[in-house]
Design a protein around this ligand. Sequence first.
Ligand SMILES: *Cc1c(COP(=O)(O)O)cnc(C)c1O
Length: 410
Amino acid sequence: MELVNGQYTTSGSDLIEIANEFGAPVYVYDGNKIVEQYQRLLNAFKPINIKVKYACKALNNSSILKLLKNQGSGLDTVSINEVHLGLKAGFEPKDIIFTPNCVSIEEIQAAVKLGVHINIDNISILEQFGHLYGNSVPCCIRINPHILAGGNTKISTGHIDSKFGISVYQLRHVARVVKSSNIRVNGLHMHTGSDILDAGVFLQGAEILFDSAKDFPDLEFVDFGSGFKVAYKEGDITTDIEELGAAISSRFMEFCKEYGKELELWFEPGKYLVSESGYFLVKVNVLKQTTATVFVGVDSGLNHLIRPMLYDSYHSIVNLSNPEGKQRIYTVVGYICETDTFGWDRKLSEVHEGDILCFKNAGAYGFTMSSNYNARFRPAEVLVWNNKAQLIRKREEFEDLLRNEVEVEL
Ligand SMILES: *Cc1c(COP(=O)(O)O)cnc(C)c1O
């Protein structure tokens, strides 16, 4: 977002005006930022024509899905309902990969019926898949290379205790199952977590995958998942995507020669594509001075943005209503009856009740993780695109809270 003539805007749209028009709290996404990130990723891997499968669990509003589809993106899905959302948004089944964890064989069968790529992450399901389909339906195998990435174990998926993927040490067993049922393995996949800092770690995982590839003669693609880190605050170290792109591209071309076939290289970024596009706007309800701190209480809470409480994540906060005000120290909290702190000891332009605050980097894992806790409505979503701010999801209403309740005689 930019400060233009004393007003915070994104792609020319005034954020306070958006809050006034659609009400607070509201999630705002800047489509231009999403497209920018998508193009930057493609450019970074330029010599190779990588295929991007947007990990839609980060933000799955249909308008966002369509926007990315129009850019040429595919989709990474983790539940059958995400597959349905993708198909409804117009993605071709061949452009969707289903990468669930610990789902039933019935859910896998449903995805096979829909014609999407299947990614299998445990040997039990691989066996059942083989019994059902033999070589009539190909599948991809998710390997856990046990590369440790990321500072927070909750978002790291590669460690030895992780429930994700089939351990690289079990590949002999995988080979037996594949051979017995004549399974056609068309892809190898890894996704080691969401916090990879440098090309070195990524390449380490890549080498393990490349090494495993020699046991699978029918590969069509290799999928490196995601793990691109974005900056949540000034000075944050981020993945140098250009450096990573150059390193991986040249190593991948070499690998294809070794393998003897041009394979596709897939990535599944979520956060990288949508995090920075998102702003979560809330209104200040109360200023509360205690003996130890000044609390800013806003009309939202962990029901709308749970990342700070769930992952200790940091979201920059800006007081949109007072851009030039003097800086003071506040602790910003929500209205949920639970400790729900958005940020301790933050420097904000002097805050008044009624001001609009903005949480940055709210595009990924914001709305999709929201809930109705405390019987609060989930917020509205607005997309800024083509110089317009448009509502893409209405705020919930009271009826929404009761929709699935069943009344009984008491
Ligand atoms: C969550 C997830 C991603 C996306 O992770 P980000 O950190 O948001 O980029 C990619 N692939 C799989 C399989 C995932 O579960």
